[in-house]
Ligand binder design. Structure first.
Ligand code: PMP
Ligand code: GLU
Length: 398
């Protein structure tokens, strides 16, 4: 029956991260002892203060449609946050609150990209970027950064990828899937490139802002000379352990915010009133609760890196943010346990899942085959057990 469906949906790939998470849930339901290192979501509970704000929102009847771009008090709180944490000046009419950062990115891309427009995306990239671009009938142009350059693209690579058709540049820092964090100097060099191309807009996905192990977060919009071309994406999903609440936002030039408000008004009206009140509390709360989580993530990163070092052939860098490690696995391509031959990163992940029940995501989903993504947003005990299992499975490959 697929021919009944639109080309738009038939051409769209399923989210590999969500697909792997779904497979894990099914296997667990069937009684398999699967350890899920596939999904990128904090394993912490949402802070009580935030949960209580949501309960109060219900009791106080914040249960009606809200303004399309979100309650004014929330947008003001986001402006205060952007000033407090990032030294960025935005007015509430430059903020659009959406159903998660993913929705904010989709709004921005759909409002800016015409069919045939090129969008430059550093690879490895987050799985949904390519598909959102395709949904807008844009053309993703990938520029690859390898592990040896800490998965960061150079200004020269960006400059070389620019054509008269380039409309957007879309990237994340801290990066999903690599955990790489661009320094202020590195961002400045990218900004210098964009300063020469004022017809190019930049979506700076900063959803992992708080999960940064090397000091303060750097926003691309801090460079005033390109700020008018930058759309900053952020939200509460990662920093405040609120993935299920579905609140993200953009800070953008006013005409882009207005366009996204129009689009959102026709498609979803607005995000949930209750989740918005919870997000308002998160915006206004002090960041000590976030710092506690980050401390734990950093310990887990160190643990995972030290355990992975004991496995021959897995090459890693040192991620400075987010909660992923992105090892290179070429060493295992072509090897076999006598029954299964590992020809691709997909085979590698399926072999690990089937033989030792650990779920990880193949690098090809992020635009770079021969890598795997391991999410370490889970307990030390599970991480130790999972990596022990991976080590055992890989030791069978000759
Ligand atoms: N950007 C990146 C890089 C992500 O990893 C995620 C994770 N889901 C998102 C955006 C979307 O976040 P949200 O859950 O707020 O939609
Ligand atoms: N961003 C997370 C991940 O990469 C959550 C899943 C998703 O939204 O794709 O695993």
């Amino acid at each position: 029956m697929e021919h009944i469906l639109s080309n738009r949906i038939n051409n769209l790939s399923e989210s590999a991260t969500l697909a792997m998470a779904c497979l894990c849930r099914e296997l667990k339901l069937q009684g398999h002892n699967v350890i899920d290192l596939s999904l990128g979501e904090p394993d912490f509970n949402t802070p009580d203060i935030v949960k209580n704000a949501a309960k109060a929102a219900i009791d106080n009847n914040f249960t009606f449609y809200t303004p399309v771009s979100g309650y004014l008090d929330l947008r003001k709180a986001i402006c205060n946050k952007l000033k407090r944490d990032n030294n960025l000046d935005y007015a509430p009419d430059q903020i659009v609150v959406s159903n998660g950062a993913k929705h904010s990115i989709a709004n921005a891309v759909l409002c800016l990209v015409n069919p045939g427009d090129e969008v430059i995306v550093p690879a490895p990239y987050w799985v949904s970027y390519s598909e959102i671009i395709k949904l807008a009938e844009g053309v993703p142009v990938y520029i690859e950064a390898k592990i040896d350059s800490d998965f960061k693209v150079t200004p020269e690579q960006v400059e070389a990828a620019i054509t008269p058709k380039t409309k957007l540049f879309l990237f994340s820092s801290p990066c999903n899937p690599t955990g790489s964090v661009y320094s202020r100097e590195e961002l400045k060099k990218l900004a210098d490139v964009f300063a020469k191309h004022k017809n190019i807009y930049i979506i700076s996905d900063e959803i992992y802002e708080h999960i940064n192990f090397n000091g303060g977060h750097q926003s691309l919009a801090q460079f005033d000379f390109i700020k008018e071309n930058v759309i900053t994406i952020n939200g509460v999903s990662k920093g405040f352990a609120m993935t299920g609440w579905r609140i993200g936002y953009m800070a953008a030039p006013k005409f882009i915010a207005k366009a996204c408000d129009k689009l959102q008004g026709q498609i979803t009206s607005a995000p949930s009133s209750i989740a918005q009140k919870a997000a308002l509390m998160a915006m206004n709360t002090d960041l000590s609760v976030v710092r506690e989580m980050v401390k734990v993530f950093k310990e887990r990163r160190d643990l995972v890196l030290s355990l992975l070092k004991e496995i021959p052939g897995l090459k890693t860098n040192t991620p400075e943010g987010a909660f992923y490690v992105y090892p290179e696995i070429s060493y295992y391509i072509g090897k076999s346990d006598g029954k299964t031959t590992i020809k691709t990163d997909d085979d590698f992940c399926m072999y690990i899942l089937k033989s030792v029940q650990v779920a990880i995501v193949p690098g090809s989903a992020f635009g770079t085959p021969n890598y795997i993504r391991i999410s370490y947003a889970t307990s030390n005990d599970l991480l130790i057990e999972a990596i022990k299992r991976i080590k055992k499975a890989l030791s069978e490959l000759k």
